[in-house]
Design a protein around this ligand. Structure first.
Ligand SMILES: NC(=O)c1ccc[n+]([C@@H]2O[C@H](COP(=O)([O-])OP(=O)(O)OC[C@H]3O[C@@H](n4cnc5c(N)ncnc54)[C@H](O)[C@@H]3O)[C@@H](O)[C@H]2O)c1
Length: 388
């Protein structure tokens, strides 16, 4: 197979952000899509000239289909990934891999049984500066990563949302959707699995009840630690620390958070949400990035230097020097996702973000939730062993 023929399930915001980077890959041919709503189906045809089906089964049965990118709401990831694997299709599934650990395990098992690729993401663990920092740390030249800080102050909760995105039972709130990014980043930098987590969750907005903020302290198996801080309440904006470059690598207005509540008030939230995907007009996601995507402020303290992640690469703060290193910026956002997926399907190269990786990151999310609920340190083994 010289080129993989790809279908897309779920034509909303996530797909809108990632499909350009998949379609730009010469080894990937975008051949079809699926969405239960008509407008996104029409949008995919407008944008890429391909057919979008009205059912997942029809998508999977599309002649010659090799693989599927699953960008449906969290609750559908597992059933669709398992059905695809059983039909012999390779799977790229959006983060979070699934809602429950049992689902994630069943997905990994289905892929292993059918011998198909299962790749999870894209999370910001794929960002160019994260890869550069991870490579520098893994080289051993600046000692071991010991103490990582990652914090992000966003407007996540005040963007248009589907009801299930605010409902923890269905995978809603900031932990499964947002902590996933931070966990993937700090796992890459620490170069180790997480042993235990102590966390606290916050639900501050009575008009929009949901898990909206958290603090978490992670202990890694190799002795490194990470402190995560996240708020989705659209108050402070941590992009101030990243030169007012937004998450997608584009310049951002300083008033964005101050306007978040008024933008949402009195509007049809479902329609606003849908308009951010293929159903809507071309958004700024189609504009080329001027900088790397990012997920807030990240600093990894190693034994001989601190590594600061920026929107162009990293800054190494050493004993006697301060060195800026650039990470190559792709013309199209997320082309590295397409490259990693094509390498898995066509060359048999195991991806970093495989099923086992996704399962461990999901387990970290559940450890954050449980630690917040029960007010104690939670061992990852406890979360993972329960679902057997
Ligand atoms: N990696 C990223 O940068 C990123 C960004 C946004 C969303 N996401 C992920 O993408 C997924 C979807 O979130 P979103 O923000 O795009 O939501 P969305 O509401 O914008 O889009 C979801 C789309 O899925 C469709 N849909 C509903 N039920 C479906 C089903 N059973 N099968 C297929 N499609 C179905 C909806 O009609 C809608 O068009 C989530 O898992 C989310 O975490 C990832």
């Amino acid at each position: 197979m010289a080129q993989l023929r790809l279908g897309i399930s779920g034509l909303g915001r996530g797909a809108m952000l990632t499909v350009p980077g998949l379609a730009a890959n010469a080894r990937i041919e975008l051949v079809a899509g699926f969405d239960p709503s008509r407008e996104p189906r029409l949008g995919l045809r407008r944008a890429y000239g391909v057919r979008a089906y009205e059912s997942f089964e029809d998508l999977i049965a599309h002649p010659g289909l090799d693989a599927v990118y699953i960008a449906s709401p969290h609750g559908h990831h597992a059933s669709q990934a398992i059905a695809a694997a059983r039909a012999g299709k390779h799977v790229l599934v959006e983060k979070p891999m699934a809602v429950s650990i049992a689902e994630a395990r069943a997905m990994a098992d289905a892929a292993a049984e059918s011998g198909t690729c299962l790749m999870v993401g894209p999370s910001h663990g794929f960002d160019g500066p994260v890869s550069l920092a991870a490579d520098i740390i893994a080289s051993g030249n600046i000692g071991r990563a010991r103490m990582i800080q990652a914090f992000n102050y966003t407007d996540f909760l005040l963007r248009p949302r589907r009801p299930e995105e605010l409902d923890r039972e269905r995978g809603g709130g900031v932990v499964l959707s947002q902590a996933t990014h931070q966990i993937d980043i700090v796992r890459r930098l620490a170069g180790s699995k997480v042993r235990s987590i102590r966390a606290q969750l916050f639900d501050w907005d009575t008009e929009r009840p949901a898990d909206g903020a958290f603090s978490a302290f992670l202990f890694f198996e190799n002795g490194a630690t990470a402190t995560l801080g996240y708020s989705g309440y659209a108050h402070y904006d941590s992009d101030a620390l990243l030169g007012w470059i937004g998450e997608m690598g584009r310049p951002k207005a300083r008033e964005t958070h101050a306007r978040a509540r008024s933008r949402l008030a009195g509007t049809d939230e479902a329609a606003q949400k849908q308009a951010r995907g293929f159903a809507g007009p071309a958004s700024n996601t189609a504009e080329p990035p001027v900088a790397h995507e990012h997920f807030g402020f990240v600093l990894a303290s190693c034994e001989q230097a601190d590594v600061e992640l920026t929107t162009s690469g990293v800054i190494l703060h050493g004993d006697t020097s301060r060195e800026e290193l650039a990470a190559p910026l792709p013309e199209t956002r997320r082309t590295n996702i397409g490259e990693a997926f094509a390498a898995c399907v066509l060359d048999g190269e195991a991806p970093i973000f495989d099923g086992a990786w996704g399962l461990h990151t999901l387990a970290c999310c559940h450890a954050i939730l449980r630690s917040g609920d029960e007010g104690r340190e939670v061992m990852l083994d406890e979360i993972v062993s329960e679902s057997h």
